[in-house]
Write a protein that binds this ligand. Structure first.
Ligand SMILES: Nc1nc2c(c(=O)[nH]1)N=C([C@H](O)[C@H](O)COP(=O)(O)OP(=O)(O)OP(=O)(O)O)CN2
Ligand SMILES: [Zn+2]
Length: 145
């Protein structure tokens, strides 16, 4: 499971880092059309995060692998995603669907990366919700080449 082949995102940065990890979390989709997904239920999410850049920090890291995992795992593992401040039952853009969770993961990671001196960029979040369902989020409008 941890040695998957991922879709390639073309770019011309010198370094590309990928971090795989799991987290277990519950969620529900607060919309009638979501059918059984309206009921609270859980998943073991699998994610692969892609970070790129041209400059390394004083440790020789683009970004610490552990920091990437901690930002997401500490926040969501064994929690209810709907209860996190990034999500809301009010508008679909903030419901914890696979699409939205992958985008929120991107936002959390890029917010952290923006504070680093070497300015790495997250260019892809791969999020698998079930053995047969996954989403890839790639930020638009970001110069990734
Ligand atoms: N576009 C989306 N569609 C669905 C989402 C979603 O987040 N985005 N979520 C769900 C359910 O919450 C569920 O987590 C996944 O559903 P599904 O892939 O249908 O799961 P199954 O295991 O039942 O699928 P099989 O085809 O039997 O493997 C639904 N849709
Ligand atoms: Zn679900």
């Amino acid at each position: 499971m941890m040695q998957q082949i991922y879709p390639v995102t073309p770019h011309s940065y010198a370094y590309e880092l990928n971090k795989d990890f799991h987290f277990s979390a519950a969620h529900y989709i607060p919309q009638d059309q979501a059918g059984k997904c309206q009921q609270m239920h859980g998943h073991t999410y699998f994610t692969n995060i892609t970070v790129v850049g041209d400059e390394l920090d004083e440790t020789g890291f683009l970004v610490n692998f552990k920091q990437i995992k901690d930002l997401i795992h500490k926040r969501f593992d064994h929690g209810v995603i709907n209860h996190d401040s990034a999500f809301s039952d009010e508008q679909a853009i903030d419901f914890p669907t696979t699409e939205v969770v992958s985008r929120k993961i991107y936002e959390i990671i890029q917010d952290y990366l923006d504070g680093l001196q070497n300015k790495p960029k997250c260019i892809q979040v791969y999020l698998r919700e079930t053995p047969t369902s996954y989403c890839i989020y790639r930020p638009r409008g970001e110069k990734s080449t």
